[in-house]
Every structure is written in structure tokens, then in C-alpha cells.
Design a protein around this ligand. Structure first.
Ligand SMILES: [Zn+2]
Length: 368
């Protein structure tokens, strides 16, 4: 990705939530911490076996480890139980830990927010005590865990090809606003290291012909990682390959049919592509800009300086322009909704005609 957002650029932002959660889980696996037994299981791709944390079997390589909330989740994913630690049998004798585990299960299933205070009282603990114990065992606070689980549910729902908005509601976000404030956008961002060393990561791509040109869209298992607009499909594919040199790129028209539908509707101003889960990499500054753009509703526009003010960097107007120009995911990060103060369109990575057509389709008016 070119353009690092000028002097304001920091290091690539680390994912919060899932990332920290996995960090805590890995620590428990690595140190054979038995206190996390029952909270989750880990599966090892090279052996096909899943274990409870604390299992005395050979320590796996971190890159081969996958985590599941429950033994049955791991079994459903095709793993078999370890004979040594027998992860299917629950052996939790500590009642506080049992409460933490029960809270985990509720957060994994919840369609709506879980009342932690009420649940703690039901178990005979203060809310504060239960939350502290939860953080100790999971390595992240309740809120982070809940966010991670919601995003996980969205990913699962998207995999099963239900309509995107329905997936968002079913995952318990309640509103699309909550989704893009706390949801997949944050969670979808892989740590910089993931993709840099991520040789073999599978990226599916597809294309569609639209009134504003050919659109090439690509997605990892976590979310959309590229949406490019152009006139020459082969050239777009070459650009994608250049952007992800270590990935395995595969055309997947069937798997991404839902994405195509949303993008086609979005070009006509009839769907909000900004609700799709994302998997982007960028500098901390770019992330802040792109996140802010996701909060600009269809039909509205902001000026570059308004975006700068929104992210708390009112003087970084030019850097905002650079971040817009570096946006790797057209429509999903709606950088076309940023215009100049005098009402002129400014720039657009994919051509001003496309920008104008999109704003017209959305019936854009100035944001109040
Ligand atoms: Zn085991």
C-alpha cells in the first residue's frame, strides 16, 4: 500500500479483541495453564486433534493452532478429541471458573447484550468480581470477548450466504451503526505480520460489470480486502496479484455472489457496501480515516477538513486526502463521499466520473 499518511502515520494498528483474545489463549496453551481448561479448546491442524489448555501433549506450533469456544465446535470443524486430556469431559470444580465459562457461552450465543451484573448476582458474585475473574482467565475483558464473538457470528453468517444486513442483526449488533463502530471493521484487520508473512493465505476474488466500470472484489475469510474499479479486467487482476504477492488468489464467483449483489446494488445507490466486513491493512492514520468514512451514510458527503476534524486531527487535511487516495476498497470504504469545501469533487482513485456517478446514484446532499 502506498502513501503512509504523512508524518501522522504510526505503526500498523494492531487488532483489538480477537487478536488479544488469541494472544491470551496462546499464552494459556503455551504455559499449559490448566486454569483455562473448560473455557476453550485448541485444535492443531497438523494432527487433527483438539485439546483442553493444560494438556501435557507436545506443544504445538502457534501457527498450527486454532481455537474453539467448545469441544463440540472443534468436533464440528472436523477435529477429534485428544485421548490424553479428554477435552469433552467437563472437569471444572472451581465454581467461579464455572461461572466464567457459563458467561463465555452466553456471550458466544447472545443475540442481544448479556446482563453481566444480573448473571453475576445469580451466581452469587459481585459484578466486579466476575468481570475481574473473566479478564484473568480469558486475558481480555468481557466487552472485548463479546465483540470478538459478535464478529465471529457475522463471519459465520456471511459464510452461509444470508443477506448481509440480516447477518449483522442476527449477530446481535442491533443496528448497523453499532456494527461499524465496534464490529467487523476493527476485527477484520489482520495484524501487519499476518499478511506480510502470510504466504498461502487464500483470497477469493470475483468481478462484475457495472455502469461505472468493471469492479474486481476480493475477500479473505475475514472480510473484503480489495475492491478495485477499472476498465480492463485482466489489468485489475494483475494489480490484485501485485498487491497480495504471497497469497493464493482464486476466482470464486459462487462464494462471493452475495458480495457481488451488494456491490451491484451499491453502485445504484440501493445498498450500503460500507456494512460489509473488512480485512484491510494500513497505517493507524489511514485506519482512522477509513473508519470515519464508514460512518458517512449514503446520500451524505463530508469535506476533507470535516473528516480531519472528525478523527481529531483538524490540520491533517492533506493527509486525509492521501488516505482517501490510498483506499484499497472502493465503496466498502466510501471515500467517494468526501468532497472539497467548495463543493467540487476533489480526487478519486478510481476516476472522477465514477465518483460523480456514485454520488448522483446516492442522491448525495451536504451532510448537516
Ligand atoms: Zn490433549
Amino acid at each position: 500500500m502506498s502513501g503512509n499518511g504523512g508524518r501522522l502515520a504510526l505503526t500498523s494498528r494492531r487488532l483489538r479483541g480477537v487478536d488479544n483474545l488469541d494472544e491470551g489463549r496462546w499464552r494459556a496453551v503455551e504455559s499449559r495453564d490448566v486454569s483455562a481448561a473448560g473455557v476453550f479448546v485448541y485444535a492443531v491442524s497438523t494432527t487433527g486433534v483438539y485439546c483442553r489448555p493444560g494438556c501435557g501433549s507436545r506443544r504445538p506450533l502457534r501457527r498450527n493452532v486454532e481455537y474453539f469456544a467448545t469441544a463440540s465446535d472443534a468436533a464440528r470443524a472436523g477435529y477429534r478429541a485428544c485421548r490424553r486430556c479428554q477435552p469433552d469431559e467437563s472437569q471444572v470444580s472451581d465454581p467461579a471458573l464455572a461461572s466464567v465459562i457459563s458467561l463465555c457461552r452466553q456471550l458466544e450465543e447472545a443475540d442481544t447484550a448479556v446482563d453481566v451484573g444480573a448473571f453475576a448476582a445469580q451466581c452469587g458474585y459481585s459484578e466486579r468480581h466476575l468481570r475481574r475473574r473473566f479478564s484473568q482467565v480469558l486475558g481480555v475483558p468481557v466487552a472485548s470477548y463479546a465483540r470478538a464473538q459478535r464478529a465471529e457470528r457475522v463471519r459465520r453468517a456471511l459464510h452461509s450466504k444470508v443477506p448481509v444486513t440480516q447477518a449483522i442483526y442476527e449477530a446481535g449488533y442491533g443496528s448497523s451503526r453499532a456494527f461499524y463502530e465496534h464490529g467487523a471493521f476493527r476485527l477484520g484487520m489482520a495484524p501487519g505480520t499476518y499478511r506480510a508473512g502470510g504466504s498461502g493465505e487464500r483470497i477469493g476474488f470475483t468481478s462484475l460489470s457495472t455502469p461505472i466500470g468493471m469492479i474486481l472484489a476480493a475477500s479473505t475469510a475475514r472480510g473484503v480486502c480489495a475492491v478495485r474499479i477499472g476498465s480492463d479486467e485482466a489489468a485489475l487482476e494483475r494489480e490484485l496479484a501485485a498487491e497480495f504477492p504471497n497469497a493464493v488468489l482464486e476466482r470464486d464467483d459462487d462464494g462471493l455472489a452475495e458480495l457481488v449483489r451488494v456491490l451491484a446494488d451499491a453502485v445504484r445507490g440501493e445498498a450500503e457496501a460500507a456494512l460489509l466486513p473488512l480485512d484491510l491493512e494500513g497505517t493507524a492514520f489511514q485506519m482512522r480515516v477509513w473508519e470515519a468514512l464508514r460512518g458517512v451514510p449514503s446520500g451524505c458527503t463530508l469535506t476533507y477538513s470535516e473528516v480531519a476534524a472528525r478523527i481529531g486531527a483538524p490540520r491533517a487535511v492533506r493527509a486525509v486526502g492521501s488516505a482517501c487516495a490510498a483506499n484499497p476498497a472502493a465503496l466498502v470504504v466510501p471515500c467517494h463521499r468526501v468532497i472539497r469545501r467548495d463543493g467540487s469533487l476533489g480526487g478519486y482513485r478510481w476516476g472522477l466520473e465514477a465518483k460523480e456517478a456514485l454520488l448522483e446514484a446516492e442522491g448525495a446532499r451536504r451532510s448537516p
